[in-house]
Design a binder for this molecule. Structure first.
Ligand code: AMP
Length: 538
């Protein structure tokens, strides 16, 4: 029998057009560099995104050509998010926290033709303009200052002219592109199709994922250059939610002010952002009146159990998720399944600190040298994933093709356990695992436990060489401001929670942990720094 359904392409153009028709009154708020708030509605966003798409087409942008953005999170970046793919081009978000040489390498590797840049980021652009050749550079005058000569004025593209019909797009056409923020090696490019972004948006909005709807007010703190702000701009526009963008102001006070003034209900970012927010809330508990129950999507690195608990005390709910650039990125999110309804106290928090269950259409397995690991919550294996929004290769790079198995699974490099209820728990990046006397020790478990100590702000646990055990764990600890602690004290704190051989041989106190441009701990740098560390019995 033949099915009789229409073949209807899943494209971002539909999301944009629908938003213009159905949600013209939904608001988009953006914090500008001078800290004032820019406000307009979807009707205006829709009009400007269509004008920008038409202008790009007039400039000769052809199907599949890349347009780079070097921008903070705000309304103009959202316009580019839709206009570029709707003109048939590919939105390539450049990570402004990278070294200028790396930005140039990435722009050249991607073959970016045009660049859209915030005026406040022109000094950064200046540092790599000689190395990266864009045909035209459009400047967004966020500060209101005149656009310097030699550049095009973004307002001429998005603020004037006539829209045109959006060209017919195929769902398999490329719509976006991001590079991995990898802690080692050259960045790798991933190209997203319209179809992948649409399906990812549909799944992200589900109640047991982000549960995003028309009544939400959404603040993506995660930068729009970090895997499309986890797809949130696409998902939010699909459901017509109000958006409140933080612009360049990502400090705790400015974010909390925005949460309060806009009564934000859903926000997202990496754990370091939340650590700062928590500190501010604990310092001044009655300063902000936030919307009770605001959901905070935490991903990019593990959300410590202590953080989830602490936010509960402030009536804010952490949603812990896992993903990668290669997975568009949301692949699993934690919610408490009905069958776990009886869980309480310690056991409930331990469950909520896991990275959650895979989204519909994402399949997962943990592989050991002996085959697939049982879902027993104990056996560690490398996480492999597959699904309609998982990349099937890197852009223009054959060297890494061994990350995909012959039957289509992607090897993530994350070491996990999966429990009987299907919850994934990341124990380490494979290169960060500590192997002591032939036994694996999870650095993430130790770090999360240390983060629960009242004097500890954050901790990284790394492997240091050991003559007898090959490797031993060393904890590198940042204390909260004004606190002091001894190694003995921290060791005693961990002792009841872990097997003896897991306890770090040493505790080193440092002012800060080095991080990557997207907030992940740079453990390779710490390993290098403590290469010659001598443990007590070494
Ligand atoms: P990126 O592609 O830069 O987003 O990095 C992806 C990597 O970040 C994953 O492979 C994980 O190692 C790590 N990661 C992402 N989310 C989490 C999480 N919730 N817990 C622990 N690690 C995470």
């Amino acid at each position: 029998m033949r099915a009789t359904m229409m073949k209807f392409p899943l494209t971002l153009a539909h999301i944009l057009e629908r938003a213009g028709k159905l949600f013209p009154g939904s608001e988009i708020v953006s914090r500008l560099p001078d800290k004032s708030l820019h406000r307009y509605r979807y009707a205006e966003f829709h009009r400007r995104a269509r004008l920008l798409a038409a202008a790009l087409a007039r400039m000769g942008l052809k199907r599949g050509e890349r347009v780079a953005t070097l921008m903070w999170n705000h309304y103009a970046h959202l316009e580019a998010y839709f206009a570029i793919p709707c003109a048939g081009g590919v939105l390539h978000t450049l990570n402004l926290r990278l070294h200028p040489d790396d930005i140039a390498y990435i722009a050249n590797h991607a073959g970016d033709r045009f660049l859209i840049v915030d005026d406040v980021l022109l000094p950064l652009y200046d540092k790599f303009r000689a190395a990266a050749k864009f045909e035209k550079v459009f400047v967004v005058p966020l500060t209101g200052a005149a656009v310097p000569s030699g550049f095009e004025d973004y307002e001429r593209l998005a603020g004037r002219g006539r829209p045109r019909q959006i060209p017919r797009l195929r769902e398999e056409d490329a719509a976006g592109m991001c590079y991995t923020s990898g802690t080692t090696g050259r960045p790798k490019g991933v190209v997203y199709s319209h179809r992948a972004l649409v399906l990812h948006s549909l799944a992200s909005a589900l109640p047991d994922v982000m549960g995003m709807g028309n009544h939400d007010t959404v603040t993506p703190v995660v930068p729009m250059f970090h895997v499309n702000a986890w797809g949130i701009p696409f998902t939010a526009v699909m459901v017509g939610a109000k958006l409140a963008f933080p612009g360049p102001h990502l400090d705790a006070v400015n974010l909390l002010d925005l949460y309060q003034s806009e009564q934000v209900t859903l926000t997202a970012g990496v754990p370091t952002i939340w650590a700062g927010i928590l500190q501010a809330l604990e310092n001044e508990p009655s300063r902000w009146q936030l919307k009770p129950g605001m959901r905070m999507v935490v991903g990019g690195a593990a959300a410590p159990e202590a953080m989830i608990r602490a936010f509960d005390r402030h009536h804010l709910r952490v949603l812990h998720g896992w993903g990668m650039t290669e997975t568009t990125p949301v692949a699993s999110v934690n919610y408490v399944k009905r069958e776990l309804g009886g869980l309480a106290g310690e056991a409930l928090y331990a469950q909520r600190a896991k990275q959650g269950v895979p989204l519909p259409f994402v399949e997962v397995r943990a592989m050991t040298p002996d085959g697939e690991a049982p879902w027993d919550g104990r056996t560690m294996g490398e996480l492999e994933v597959r699904g309609p929004w998982i990349a099937s290769s890197y852009h223009d790079l054959d060297a890494e093709s061994d990350k995909w198995s012959e039957d289509g699974w992607f090897r993530t490099g994350d070491i996990v356990t999966i429990d009987v209820h299907g919850y994934i728990k990341i124990t380490d990046r494979s290169k960060d695992l500590i192997k002591s006397g032939g036994e694996w020790i999870s650095s993430v478990d130790l770090e999360n436990a240390l983060a629960g100590h009242p004097k500890v702000a954050e901790a990284a646990v790394i492997a240091v060489p050991h003559p007898k055990w090959d490797e031993r764990p060393l904890a590198v600890v940042v204390l909260k401001p004004g606190q002091s602690a001894t190694a003995e004290e921290l060791r005693e704190y961990l002792a009841p929670k872990f097997a003896r051989y897991w306890l770090p041989d040493g505790f080193e106190f440092v002012p800060e942990i080095p991080r990557t441009s997207t907030g992940k701990m740079l453990k390779a740098k710490l390993r290098e720094q403590f290469r010659n560390y001598k443990s007590r019995d070494g």
